[in-house]
Design a protein. Structure first.
Length: 332
C-alpha cells in the first residue's frame, strides 16, 4: 500500500519527532496557531493526523489582528479549515486582538499582540504546548535580518525548535527543517487553498524585504543559501547555549552587586556582556532598545576604566563603577 505523498510524509515525521522530543505528559493538549497560510495549514494537517495517534489532544486558534479589510472573514475561513483537519470535537477558536502602536514598529507590535493572545488561549484551554508553522525559509530570513542588524550570537542562532513559553508551557516549531515549498506541496496534496496574506508582499516590513533579498542572493550565489543559513543558525545556537550556561553560573557565583572587578576580569568578554544584558533587563531596561554598543560601554567600566561616570542605559537604568566594584541599577 503506497504511503502519503513526500511532502505530507515529511511534515508528519517532523511533527512526530517534535512531539517525541518534547517530554509532554500523556494526553496533553497541543495548540496549533493557524493563520490560514500554507505553513500553518500544513502544520495543522500534520498535527491533526499525528498527535491523536501519539496520545495527545489537539486544538487550534486563529488570531485576527484586524489590520486589513476582510481579516475577520479570513480568520473564520482559517478556523473552518482547521476544523476539517483536526479530529472531531477539537477546540478551534478565533481570537480578535487590538494591536497598539508602541513605537517598536508594526511587525513587532503585531507579534506582541499575537503572542499574548496565544498565551492567553493556551492558558484558558490548558494547552501544554503552542505550535507555530515556521519553516527553514523563515529561519534563513531570521538569520539574514540578524546579520543586517549587526546582531550577536543569540540573534544569529535563529529560532529554536522549542523554548519555554512560561507557566510550564512550550512554544514549538516542528517544521523548521521543512521548506516553504514543502508546506505549499502539503496543501496541494490535500486540496487546501491557503490564504495569501497581502502583508507578505508589503515592503514596509523588514521580513518581506529579507525574503526578497534572499531570493536575489540565491539567484546569484546558488540555491543552497537558505539551507546553509539555517544550518549556521543551528551551529550558532549550540555556541550561544554554552555561553548562556557559563553566564548563568557566573551570575550565581558573583552574588549581590556591586560585582568585584577582579572576578569580572577573569571572565571571557562574551560571558560578561551576557551578564550586563541580564542585569539591565532585570533593572527595567527594555530589550528592544538595549544595543551591543550599550553593553560594550558597560564592559569598558571593567576593561578600560579611566574614572568615567555612570553610564545611562535605556529605561532609566545606570551602570557605574566605584573603586573595584561595578553595578547596574535602575533609578530610584
Amino acid at each position: 500500500m503506497p504511503g502519503p505523498p513526500p511532502a505530507l510524509a515529511a511534515a508528519r515525521v517532523a511533527v512526530r519527532r517534535w512531539l517525541g522530543g518534547s517530554d509532554l505528559a500523556d494526553g496533553a493538549l497541543v495548540l496549533v496557531a493557524c493563520s490560514g497560510g500554507a505553513d500553518s495549514l500544513a502544520l495543522a494537517a500534520a498535527v491533526g493526523f499525528v498527535a491523536p495517534r501519539e496520545g495527545y489532544a489537539v486544538a487550534a486558534v486563529t488570531v485576527d489582528h484586524g489590520l486589513q479589510p476582510g481579516s475577520a472573514d479570513a480568520a473564520r475561513e482559517a478556523a473552518d479549515r482547521c476544523r476539517a483537519l483536526l479530529p472531531g470535537g477539537s477546540p478551534v477558536e478565533v481570537v480578535q486582538v487590538a494591536v497598539p502602536a508602541s513605537g517598536a514598529g508594526p511587525e513587532a507590535d503585531a507579534r506582541a499582540a499575537r503572542y499574548a493572545a496565544l498565551q492567553d488561549t493556551a492558558r484558558r484551554l490548558g494547552a501544554a504546548a503552542v505550535l507555530l508553522g515556521h519553516t527553514r525559509d523563515d529561519q534563513a530570513e531570521q538569520v539574514l535580518l540578524g546579520l543586517a542588524r549587526g546582531s550577536g550570537t543569540r540573534s544569529l542562532a535563529g529560532m529554536p525548535a522549542r523554548r519555554p513559553l512560561g507557566e510550564g508551557r512550550l512554544l514549538g516549531r516542528p517544521l523548521l527543517a521543512l521548506t516553504r515549498q514543502q508546506t505549499s506541496d502539503v496543501c496541494a496534496e490535500l486540496g487546501l487553498a491557503p490564504f495569501r496574506d497581502p502583508h507578505n508582499e508589503d515592503r514596509r516590513y523588514a521580513r518581506v524585504r529579507a525574503r526578497q533579498a534572499l531570493a536575489l542572493l540565491e539567484g546569484d550565489l546558488g540555491p543552497g543559501l537558505t539551507g546553509n543559513l539555517a544550518r549556521s543558525a543551528d551551529l550558532l545556537r549550540d555556541d550561544a547555549d554554552a555561553l548562556d550556561a557559563l553566564a548563568d553560573a557566573a551570575y550565581l557565583d558573583l552574588g549581590e552587586q556591586p560585582w568585584a572587578v577582579p572576578a569580572l576580569t577573569a571572565l571571557p568578554r562574551a560571558v560578561r556582556t551576557r551578564l550586563w544584558r541580564r542585569l539591565a533587563l532585570e533593572q527595567g531596561s527594555p530589550g528592544t532598545d538595549l544595543t551591543g554598543e550599550h553593553l560594550r560601554s558597560v564592559d569598558a567600566l571593567v576593561t578600560a576604566w579611566r574614572g568615567q561616570g555612570p553610564l545611562p542605559l535605556p529605561g532609566g537604568v545606570r551602570a557605574a563603577r566605584t573603586g573595584e566594584g561595578v553595578q547596574v541599577r535602575g533609578e530610584a
